[in-house]
Write a protein that binds this ligand. Structure first.
Ligand code: TYM
Length: 332
């Protein structure tokens, strides 16, 4: 039986953080034995924010290093730069012909970006979901490991795939699903009390895989909390629930239960809880940080990995685009 096809990517906008790791990268690593995997660095997507050439290159290279440090294996999975796959851009063009302004304008991530950056509402931002659909469908992937924030993009990918199939009366594309090993997609909260961990909540609210222990401790000790519960067994306010959510990621169940019990009895001291969380976070992040430092120095090995990934990804992409062109009517 052929293996299910998996595809996902991360934008190179800086170092990877705990949200990227728990929502995506950790699952990439777990999936590489069981499935036929394509993992890329989304260095076309990052152009929406207009990086300088040096930034674009350095950030993309850094993400590759972090993929490898987390345990992705270029022999078992296909690891490549999005910009090494021009077939994706051709498919993006085809999908754009059948993507409508209204549906693109309704996408939550687009509306967020418009609000955050009203002076940079470019067409690439608007058509972000069609490029993402092209990334996934160029390999006919059915499983897409992503965090909760990507759910709507996956829904649009299915819309574009189905629309294409209907339009040409052919079953060219599967309908991919967001994937997580647990039952729900993951959302890692920011340290500032609201929202998800990530660049938009600011660096102080984000734990990066490259953060040194002292930086992690400082960030966690400054995380938002409150003056503590005044009544027994009450639901937790958002910022406190977020601290517990982070603890559930990096601490043992006993530790979480211990602080949960203190909370329910109104005896919790957030300073103690944060100290414990910071130590467990350091234990979680430090091996990743060390591997990132090791891998980063071998340029020749990185070059080989990039070439191998490109070669493997293009075989799959060329087959899809050949079929798509034929179905559309390019038979010259
Ligand atoms: P990006 O680069 O913003 O994030 C990469 C991955 O990390 C996940 N993630 C999180 N998960 C849980 N909690 C968080 N706080 C958190 N922050 C980020 C994201 O859900 C994502 O899985 N559009 C994508 C990149 C992309 C892509 C694709 C993904 C481009 N083409 C095709 C899958 C398939 C993005 O911007 O993710």
């Amino acid at each position: 039986m052929p293996k299910d096809i998996v595809c996902s990517g991360i934008r190179p906008t800086g170092n990877l953080h705990l949200g990227n790791y728990c929502g995506a990268l950790k699952n990439f690593v777990k999936m590489q034995d069981e499935y036929d995997c394509y993992f890329f660095i989304a260095d076309y997507h990052s152009l929406t924010t207009h990086p300088t050439p040096d930034n674009l290159y350095q950030n993309a290279r850094q993400i590759l290093i972090q993929y490898l440090a987390a345990g992705l294996d270029p022999e078992r999975a296909t690891i490549y730069f999005q910009s090494d796959l021009p077939e994706t851009i051709e498919l993006y063009l085809f999908f754009n012909m059948n993507a409508y302004l209204g549906e693109l304008e309704r996408v939550t991530s687009f509306k967020d970006k418009v609000r955050q950056n009203p002076n940079n509402v470019n067409a690439g931002l608007l058509t972000y979901p069609t490029l993402m659909a092209a990334d996934i469908l160029i390999h006919k992937a059915t499983k897409v490991p992503v965090g909760k924030d990507q759910e709507q993009h996956l829904e649009m990918t299915r819309t574009f795939a189905q629309r294409f199939n209907n339009m040409y009366g052919a079953e060219v594309f599967p309908l991919p699903q967001a994937f997580n090993f647990g039952t729900d997609l993951v959302k890692i909260p920011a340290l500032n009390g609201t929202g998800k961990m990530g660049k938009s909540e600011g660096e102080a609210s984000t734990i990066f895989l490259t953060d040194e222990p002292s930086v992690i401790r400082k960030k966690i000790m400054k995380a938002k909390s409150d003056s503590g519960p005044t009544m027994m067994n009450q639901p937790k306010p958002e910022e406190i629930e977020n601290l517990f959510a982070l603890m559930r990621v990096v601490s043992s169940k006993d530790t979480v239960d211990y602080f949960d019990d203190l909370y329910n009895r109104c005896q919790i001291r957030y300073g103690d809880m944060k100290k414990q969380l910071a130590e467990d976070m350091v234990v979680f992040i430090e091996p990743l940080r060390q591997r990132i430092l090791e891998i980063g120095s071998d340029d020749l090995a990185l070059r080989r990995i990039i070439d191998l990934g490109k070669e493997k990804a293009r075989v799959s992409a060329a087959a899809t685009i050949h079929e798509v062109r034929h179905v559309i009517g390019y038979r010259n």
